[in-house]
Design a binder for this molecule. Structure first.
Ligand SMILES: [Zn+2]
Ligand SMILES: [Zn+2]
Length: 235
């Protein structure tokens, strides 16, 4: 069942949406989040998905062509959309505006995708941390907001387990090896934090997966036995 297509409203955390479309601002007859036109443009990923990145499967085995030659450090990845069209608009708008209604909508879709595709055990949902200065400037951590909504829907806690240990330059424009070097020892478990054995790690977009891989390694180093990754979109 899809949040977008069937008006699914979880009992414990009713979605409170404005009566305008969150993307194109068209008037809506009911507070459903998106108008039917934007809903259609959201394009969920097909049901045949890569276990390595959560994206579209383009081979006859369980991993896509990009994931086949590499070893992802997490157990399983689940994503909801390709990073284009209205899904991309929604992620970017949410990331740069902190629109909490969009966080609620995207978090609900993520939880629903986890229930459909994420078969791993989980005791907590946690987010990729922002550097404190970036969070201060933006005013919020978009991944933390998503993690909190996902946790609410899955009835799991969403503690802040990770912290950035240093400032890192933007990953944009770096190749895979340089991305990895850029993130070396950039994340660690927070001081005094107890990391559960099974964790869902949340981020807005999985592109190369370098950041999520660095966070997964930090969680494992701090005691996690199984880390799964959940993102809104596979870039
Ligand atoms: Zn719309
Ligand atoms: Zn893949």
């Amino acid at each position: 069942m899809s949040v977008l297509n069937h008006g699914f409203v979880p009992a414990a955390d009713a979605l409170i949406f404005p009566e305008i479309c969150m993307l194109c601002h068209a008037d809506l007859s009911a507070a459903s989040g998106l108008c039917s036109c934007c809903e259609e443009r959201m394009e969920p990923l097909p049901t045949e998905r890569c276990a390595g990145c959560g994206g579209r499967l383009d081979t006859v085995v369980e991993l896509c062509r990009e994931c086949l030659p590499m070893k992802r450090p997490w157990e399983l990845a689940v994503s909801c959309y390709g990073f284009h069209g209205a899904a991309r608009e929604a992620v970017l708008r949410f990331k740069y505006s902190g629109d909490t209604a969009l966080a609620s909508l995207l978090g609900a879709v993520m939880a629903e995708n986890w229930q459909a595709y994420g078969h791993a055990k989980a005791e907590a949902v946690t987010a990729v941390p922002l550097h404190w200065f970036k969070e201060l400037r933006r005013g919020f951590n978009q991944s933390q907001l998503l993690a909190e909504h996902v946790g609410c829907h899955l009835d799991l806690p969403a503690p802040k387990l990770l912290r950035r240990t240093r400032w890192t330059r933007s990953q944009a424009g770096l190749n895979l090896a340089r991305r990895r070097r850029n993130l070396r020892r950039a994340f660690a478990a927070g001081n005094g934090v107890t990391v559960p054995e099974h964790v869902i790690l949340v981020d807005d977009v999985l592109t190369t997966g370098s950041t999520l891989a660095a966070c997964t390694r930090a969680l494992r180093k701090a005691g996690a036995l199984q880390v799964s990754v959940l993102s809104v979109a596979r870039g």
